[in-house]
Design a binder for this molecule. Structure first.
Ligand code: URA
Length: 424
């Protein structure tokens, strides 16, 4: 077998054989297939696609490139959630302890933000002392003692995906449905969870801008999970508007703690509870009541124990930005659009995100929303507050916000539902 014949086959729109896929993924992981050859193959996949059988085999080969974790020794079923990423998407923070409080174990491997979307690990690192990197043994101990853990994936998990994702990032091949589905699912299946709930986002602030592409991605990932014996369902959710009232690291931790205390914005509570119900159902615990676990403080107890077990101080003040700038409504009326991509871009430019993987993030930076679609607002009152340590960023953030909202006098405006569909 050689790389050139595999590249030619995909270039010429042929279906790759199982042997070709196994060989190319294994040879790439071992450094036998060069980055430039894998770039050409990724571009051929981007242009010509893959059949379901090819995607399934490609995913299996990426899983086989590394270790598989096993939570069989735990005394309760495991359930995990994956979001395809959005703006203000802090749901993992309240969700993992909530599902653990209801009786499942939640081994949540999470990532960092890149570009306009935030990352769960960056958010949690705004808690003084909290550690994202745990050994497999530490992860298992936290899971056993507390019931939920949120940490970075170890080096040994799907190493083929780590190399390939970095390559796709710099070769214009990220936005390929077969490559996205196999990348996400290889990590989630290798992680060893028994049940998986996918939050597949559609809209301006998401990878998939339109609902039909998001639906196809969701159906492909659900199929891949089921092929590998993981009970998988997906919710298709709106990402034209940011989730909640904050986008930025410490700002989102604060909002998540409000949800765990029984308050918080209605949309964040709605999605947290809906995803918790799906996870508990898929884990074989359909009678658990997540709304009760939020109201009676048991989810908050698990959160505090989880933060402490990972070195964090659950009582420490969260960092705040040194500088603030208020953006006021330019007219009176009903807010009918608040664009997720523009808000995410503004938060990123204020310092909440990074341009390169190795850049630091500002814990206190981000955007706070004072109104959401459907709310009435009066001209001259605050619509957004921008937070940063670097005030020169205000001008760049305001540029990102030039066409970020509509305020109209339409009295009949109905906001789009948050949960668009369920697949699985
Ligand atoms: N997240 C991943 O892990 N992989 C992709 O390809 C896209 C998003």
């Amino acid at each position: 077998m050689d790389a050139i014949s595999v590249i030619r086959a995909k270039r010429d729109r042929q279906e790759l054989t199982g042997e070709q896929i196994d060989w190319v993924i294994d040879a790439y992981t071992r450094g036998v297939v060069a980055d430039e050859q894998m770039s050409a193959l990724a571009m051929a996949v981007y242009l010509n696609g893959m059949t379901r059988a090819e995607i399934s085999r490609w995913t299996a080969a990426m899983i086989a490139s590394g270790e598989r974790m096993d939570f069989g020794a735990l005394d309760r079923p495991t359930a995990d959630k994956h979001s395809t990423g959005g703006v203000g998407d802090k749901i993992t923070l309240p969700l993992a302890p909530l599902v653990a409080a209801c009786g499942a174990a939640v081994p949540q491997l999470s990532g960092r933000g890149l570009g306009h979307t935030g990352g769960t690990l960056d958010k949690l690192e705004s808690i003084h002392g909290w550690r994202a990197s745990l050994t497999n043994a530490e992860m298992m101990n936290v899971l056993q003692d507390v019931g939920s853990v949120i940490c970075a994936a170890g080096e040994g998990l799907a190493p083929a995906d780590k190399r390939l994702y970095a390559l796709r990032d710099v070769t214009g091949t990220v936005e390929s449905l077969p490559l996205i589905a196999s990348s996400i699912m290889s990590k989630k299946i290798a992680e060893g969870t028994g049940a998986l709930v996918l939050d597949v986002k559609a809209g301006s602030g998401a990878f998939m801008k339109n609902v039909e592409d998001a639906r196809e991605l969701a159906a492909t990932m659900v199929g891949l999970g089921q092929d590998h014996g993981v009970r998988t369902v997906a919710l298709l959710t709106d990402m034209n508007t940011p989730l909640g009232l904050t986008a930025g690291n410490a700002l989102e931790v604060r909002e998540s703690v409000e949800v765990l205390a029984g308050g918080g914005p209605a949309d964040v509570v709605e999605l947290t509870v809906a995803l918790a119900r799906e996870m508990l159902d898929a884990a074989g615990l359909p009678d658990a009541d997540p709304a009760k676990a939020l109201a009676d403080g048991s989810a908050m107890d698990v959160w505090r124990r989880m933060v402490t077990a990972q070195g964090g101080d659950a009582d420490a003040e969260l960092p705040t930005a040194r500088e603030h700038h208020v953006v006021k409504a330019d007219t009176s009326g009903v807010v009918t659009r608040l664009d997720a991509y523009a808000i995410g871009l503004a938060a990123w430019r204020l310092g909440a995100g990074r341009a390169r993987k190795e850049d630091p993030v500002q814990a206190g930076a981000g955007v706070e929303l004072h109104a959401r679609p459907g709310d009435h607002i009066t001209a001259g009152t605050p619509l957004l507050t921008l937070h940063t340590d670097t005030p020169e960023a205000f001008a760049y953030a305001e540029q990102a916000l030039t066409d970020a909202w509509d305020i109209t006098d339409s009295p009949s405006y109905e906001p789009t539902p948050l949960i668009l569909d369920r697949i699985g």
